[in-house]
Design a protein around this ligand. Sequence first.
Ligand code: Z5A
Length: 207
Amino acid sequence: MSRGKFITFEGGEGVGKTTNVAFVENYLKARQIPVVVTREPGGTALAEKLRSLLLDKKTELIAEEAELLLMFAARAQHLKHVIEPALARGDWVICDRFTDATYAYQGGGRNMKIKTIEWLENLVQGNLRPDLTLLLDAPVRIGIERARKRGAFDRFESETVQFFEDVRRAYLLQAEINPKRIKLIKANQPLADVQQIIISVLSPLLR
Ligand code: Z5A
């Protein structure tokens, strides 16, 4: 049994990650590929509790260091109980956000040291990195407009436009540093066009 593929979706809020995770899930299932769909922070009972604490505006002021450690604590649980076992049994894993989000939000948004994030990434993940990351990119204003239609803002969504500009810049830097793994896709175009590009980027993995 060959190991499954690990695919992550990344990007700022409202760029279409959740929509396209569902699209890829259906696309792979139609080809009889076993798929596990999951998200970060989250994916296990404990990690989902951490997610609720991290997203809830009513949680006490969270120190930046605590936020970073909680992201990796949730990730350690997620890897051990969901992602690693799925890949080992040959399933493909599609994850809505992963460690590139930490580089973007905690690194770019909160200005935490990249060396610290790298150290935690190595501690928690060892050599594991996604096989493919689809980075959906759109001007911040467009993502905010799309997300606003959904109603109340969570703790991250309540951040300033500057914060989201910094997050976007950090994501684009990640794509520049990891051009083989991260495929940058313009998300401010019709959904059908975005999905056509996603299929073309996925196809080498299906061979
Ligand atoms: N976070 C972190 O700080 N550090 C970490 O390490 C990790 C996460 C892992 C989790 O939020 C928060 O955790 C996140 C970063 C932080 N906070 N923020 N912001 P999340 O991932 O659950 O939430 P999100 O980014 O806010 O996701 P979202 O707002 O649900 O956006 P989305 O999934 O990218 O978009 P969507 O729901 O698929 O689409 C939004 C709307 O746009 C919807 O109505 C679609 O129908 C529409 N859409 C999608 N594509 C198109 C196109 N192409 N054209 C027109 N309309 C479209």
